[in-house]
Design a protein around this ligand. Structure first.
Ligand code: FAD
Length: 409
């Protein structure tokens, strides 16, 4: 064996898993097809859920551009809502380009003891019967094989590795598409994450939102995401929609073609556990590979890092067992742990996605809810999954009860 655990993909999920595993004494091989720093199409927005994980990973956050909460624009309203004050989560978010964030996390994984191999493009599994016991990869030096008793697929939305183990995407789970670019803007140091709830395709109000996140380096990340629950999905030119949307903004904010510093790029958002099972035959899925983007707000970085942590904890526990059977039983706990963390929440998220797929519902929600700050504070807690598990205020207790009532996905 070359390692105790092989992790395929060094995005936030893979690097987080590598850090936790290496800290726990496991020998980790972290295989990444690109070389850092590399771009990843993203909004670069980090909610308090992400901040909590980054702190847990020992990342020094000083000097990062912080945000206080969400500025929501829609239905003729403009509302600033601070992140909730909670015991379980910090009270601020961050913005960081993925080129920088992912590079930093991969370096932390190396510092923790993981063996990072960049430029290593995993082609498929090595099987012993039905069970994965390693991977084949292409490198500049040619084809290489790596072996380990446990493998983590952290290779993102298309997860070639999961696919080659027969794990297809589920059509009964939500999917989003999002596009983004960067503009030079005087608002680049805005310390609110701005969300625009009204995206119109002619007279259709689309289920999704536009965002403007100040990066603090002279540019703002500007993008939009749309859910597959409306008839417009797949029939809209997302790039053109983004251009039309920013054209409605005041020119002095700088969102004009001559200030665009990157082409508009897009990618899919796999939501609500859209690839299962999350453990089979020696392979664990984390982050986008397991479809763990929240259907409520399109956030995936926190869930990638959290599932990386949960996978690492499960593997470290399995390593304490003395027999193959006991180790296997431990690994089989991983999907159950994920289900108990987010299964019910994602079930509610699926209902939410269906509901806002109806243009009329979206219109009424935008018009009627936004003028009510208390209702909006509740909505933010629900959409960003930010409540205290124990104690908390009335809103926390109502949301936690709602989540408990929903069946786990
Ligand atoms: C336009 C857009 C905006 C978004 N905005 C936000 C946001 O603001 N906040 C937020 O929280 N989430 C956002 N998301 C979601 C977020 O980007 C993802 O959920 C997150 O990146 C998932 O992390 P991951 O580690 O699972 O996968 P990824 O970040 O996709 O990392 C996968 C890694 O695996 C590597 N890899 C792939 N295949 C192979 C292979 N065969 N061999 C070796 N390596 C391989 C890739 O190079 C990559 O480094 C957005 C997504 C999109 C598309």
């Amino acid at each position: 064996m070359d390692a105790d655990v092989i992790i395929v993909g060094a995005g936030p999920g893979g690097s987080a898993a590598a850090i936790h595993l290496a800290r726990g004494g496991a020998k980790v091989l972290l295989l990444e097809k690109s070389t850092f720093p590399r771009e990843k199409v993203c909004g670069d927005g980090l909610t308090p859920r992400s901040v909590k994980e980054l702190i847990g990973l020992g990342v020094d956050l000083s000097g990062w551009i912080e945000n206080k909460g969400l500025r929501i624009i829609g239905g003729g309203h403009r509302l600033e809502l601070s992140w909730p004050e909670l015991s379980d989560f910090p009270g601020y978010g961050l913005v960081r380009t993925r080129a920088s964030l992912d590079d930093l996390l991969a370096k932390r994984a190396v510092a923790a003891g993981a063996d990072l191999r960049e430029g290593t493009n995993v082609q498929g599994p090595i099987l012993d019967g039905q069970r994965i016991v390693g991977v084949r990869a292409k490198t500049a030096a040619g084809e290489v094989e790596f072996r380990a008793p446990v493998v983590i697929a952290a290779d993102g939305n298309s997860s070639r590795l999961a696919l080659s183990m027969g794990l297809e995407k589920r059509d009964d789970r939500p999917l989003g598409v999002a596009v983004r670019t960067y503009f030079r803007s005087p608002a680049h140091e805005d310390n609110w994450l701005e969300s625009w709830l009204e995206l119109w395709d002619k007279d259709r109000l689309l289920p999704g939102y536009g965002w403007i996140f100040g990066v603090g380096d002279g540019t703002s990340n500007v993008g939009l995401g749309i859910l597959n629950s409306s008839t417009a999905f797949g029939n809209v030119d997302y790039r053109e929609l983004l251009q039309r949307w920013v054209a409605t903004m005041p020119k002095e904010l700088g969102y004009v073609p001559e200030n665009m510093t990157e082409p508009i790029r897009g990618s899919a958002l796999p939501m609500g556990f859209n690839r299962t099972p999350h453990y089979t035959r020696g392979l664990l899925l984390i982050g986008d590979a397991g479809g763990m983007v929240s259907p409520f707000n399109g956030e995936g970085i926190a869930y990638a890092m959290e599932s990386g942590r949960i996978a690492a904890e499960t593997i470290l526990e399995s390593r304490q067992e003395r027999t193959d059977l006991a180790r296997e039983r431990r690994l089989q706990q991983y999907p159950l742990r994920l289900k108990s963390e987010w299964g019910s929440y994602f079930t509610l998220g699926r209902a939410f996605v269906k509901l806002i797929g109806h243009s009329e519902v979206m219109k009424i929600a935008t018009k009627k809810a936004l003028p009510h700050p208390t209702l909006m504070r509740f909505t933010i807690k629900l959409l960003a999954n930010l409540t205290d598990a124990h104690g908390g205020d009335v809103m926390d207790r109502v949301i936690n009860a709602l989540v408990r009532l929903a069946p786990a996905a």
